[in-house]
Design a protein around this ligand. Structure first.
Ligand code: SF4
Length: 404
């Protein structure tokens, strides 16, 4: 397993060395649309996988021509529901990545899966072709709430899928959603303790949020259900953190908890400013192209059919909808915003070296430290633990400490 290090490599264009690269592969199809989901997911269609592979291949070739000398440290198949992919199709994508770049021998290779029996039967084959980490969308261990969340699997299937995952993968994670309408803190305590006993070394625990454009948004507006108050949601968060700490989990990111050395390398790449590319409909990339001074922000076309058409036919820009250079001020803000989501925080010295100037106003930082919003340890700024629940407002304060 890849050991985490705060000495991850900055992009090659800046440091003249081989920089790390994380690869995200988006598979945009699901069996049904969950009412809370605002991801780029579409109902599963008759997919011509050989054509789809050509689309992914064209995108990977495009990135290779701009990122010649990189080391791949993580690969993540997300969605949608990538576990619906035929195994041979996933294998071809992995092989293509392997053929294009040097892949670290400790590369973390994750696939997201739903715990239906159809998908669980494929775990062993996914493992055989090179996936060494599985991330399961369990969401609840309470059948009534699973139904409310519109999930297609049952609690029984979840337990079975988790035990299959445990047998096959040393490294697997699952997601739960809490602070659900009508949920009681005591019931959540029992549910979370049951989840912990299922033996995963990594859990992602998200509060239910109501996103615009989802079915839940309309239902909530029409008062079909009532969401917990902010105070109650805060109590849920507090309880969650206490239970996870009592059980030896390191709370390393706002919604993520891991045993020692089981943090998600791929997600940490996003949060710690490592370059990443995203292929597939609607995916994003943040990357320094070879010999370019500014980092690029890239967004792909959203609709799978349009993405495919462009990926296959547009030789110069494949399926990119938008490609922009990030200026230094925006990049500083972005690195702070993502870095402060984790306990590892933001390394002041690293940023100063990178931007070749002192980027923070020391007086403002000192004030934030005195007020208890942040900690500074060995030149690393992090949000004080009791302010994680107000992370967004503390991040704003730290951004305001940037020198103008
Ligand atoms: S399975 Fe996941 S990606 Fe698909 S609709 Fe449900 S939450 Fe969204």
């Amino acid at each position: 397993m890849l050991q985490l290090s705060n000495n991850y490599k900055l992009p090659a264009s800046q440091l003249n060395s081989v920089a790390d690269l994380a690869v995200y592969v988006h598979y945009p199809f699901c069996k049904s649309k969950c009412p809370y989901c605002d991801f780029n997911s579409h109902l599963e269609q008759q997919t011509d996988h050989s054509l789809f592979f050509k689309g992914y291949e064209a995108e990977l070739d495009f990135f290779k021509s701009n990122l010649r000398n990189r080391k791949i440290t993580s690969i993540f198949f997300g969605g949608g529901t990538p576990s619906l992919m035929p195994v041979s199709f996933a294998d071809k994508i992995l092989q293509k990545i392997n053929n294009l770049w040097s892949v670290s021998s400790q590369c973390e290779v994750t696939i997201e899966a739903n715990p239906t029996s159809f998908e669980a039967n494929k775990f062993r084959d996914f493992h055989k072709i090179g996936f060494n980490r599985l991330s399961l969308g369990i969401q609840s261990l309470n059948q009534e709430d699973l139904n409310f969340l519109g999930r297609q699997h049952t609690v029984k299937e979840s337990i079975l899928a988790i035990s299959q995952a445990r047998e096959i993968f040393d490294n697997f994670s699952f997601d739960l959603i809490y602070a659900r309408p009508k949920q009681k803190i005591n019931d959540w305590k029992i549910e979370l303790e049951t989840a912990i006993k299922l033996g995963s070394n990594h859990l992602s625990l998200y509060q239910l949020t109501i996103e615009k454009g989802t079915k839940f948004f309309n239902d909530w507006k029409e008062k079909k259900f009532i969401m917990p108050t902010d105070k109650l949601a805060g109590d849920f968060y507090q309880t969650t953190n206490e239970i996870m700490a009592d059980n030896g989990f390191n709370h390393y990111e706002i919604s993520n908890y891991a045993k020692e050395n089981y943090q998600s390398v791929h997600n940490l790449s996003y949060w710690q400013g490592v370059d990443y590319i995203g292929i597939g409909a609607g995916s994003h990339s943040r990357v320094f192209f070879d010999r370019q001074k500014h980092r690029k922000a890239i967004v792909n076309l959203h609709r799978p059919d349009i993405w495919l058409e462009q990926a296959l036919n547009n030789k110069t820009q494949v399926a990119i909808q938008k490609i922009e250079e990030i200026n230094d001020n925006d990049l500083k803000e972005e690195l702070i915003l993502t870095g402060l989501r984790t306990i590892y925080g933001v390394d002041i010295e690293r940023l100063n070296n990178f931007f070749k100037q002192e980027i923070f106003d020391d007086n403002i930082l000192k004030k934030l430290l005195e007020q208890g919003f942040i900690t500074i340890n060995k030149q690393k700024i992090a949000i004080a633990k009791n302010y994680w629940i107000f992370a967004n407002s503390v991040i704003e304060k730290v951004v305001s400490a940037l020198k103008k």
